[in-house]
Write a protein that binds this ligand. Structure first.
Ligand code: RP5
Length: 167
């Protein structure tokens, strides 16, 4: 799981298991498109809860600006992380071998009032990475330009799809 770059990580990527990595790597890749370094860790709300408290409670002081947490099944990782920090937390429901990720989605999205988690779609870690880039870039003009360029490219690619239609 090599994600650390020379630049200081601004995003923390947590996942309940290394089995979540193929999905969560797409968040790291999305951040990298905007030159944002991330650090990735396997920390489980159930298996290593004390490690989670330590990580989340110290994240802001270590310079992180946003946390992205992916978990499957009884997916408490994003919610418990949000309990220990005031950094923005983005939750990624991961689909497991049963229930198609509905269990994870509902576990993450139904947070109690006062402890928000921004939940993306099932396995939608790329969107989590893009949202994290927007959060990190919200007060940064140079980053805003990169995000604007990304939107322009997205629109161009969408319009180009008209060319593939028959007739
Ligand atoms: C969750 O249980 C993890 O986030 C993972 O999605 C799921 C299965 O974990 P493993 O059995 O693959 O370690 O805690």
């Amino acid at each position: 799981m090599k994600t650390e770059k020379s630049a200081k990580p601004l995003a923390g990527i947590l996942m309940g298991s290394d089995s979540d990595w193929p999905v969560m790597k797409t968040a790291v890749d999305a951040l990298a498109e905007f030159g944002i370094a991330a650090e990735a860790r396997v920390i489980s709300a159930h298996r290593t809860p004390r490690d989670l408290e330590q990580y989340a409670a110290s994240a802001r002081a270590r310079g992180l600006r946003v946390l992205i947490c992916g978990a499957g099944g009884a997916a408490h990782l994003p919610g418990v992380t949000a309990a220990f920090t005031t950094l923005p937390v983005i939750g990624v429901p991961i689909s497991g071998k049963v229930l198609d990720g509905m269990d994870s989605l509902l576990s993450i999205v139904q947070m109690p009032p006062g402890v928000p988690v921004a939940t993306v779609g099932v396995n939608a870690a790329r969107n989590a990475g893009l949202l994290a880039a927007q959060i990190i870039g919200s007060g940064d003009t140079a980053m805003q330009k990169k995000l604007d360029q990304f939107k322009i490219k997205l629109a161009e690619e969408s319009r180009a799809r008209n060319k593939t239609l028959a007739g």
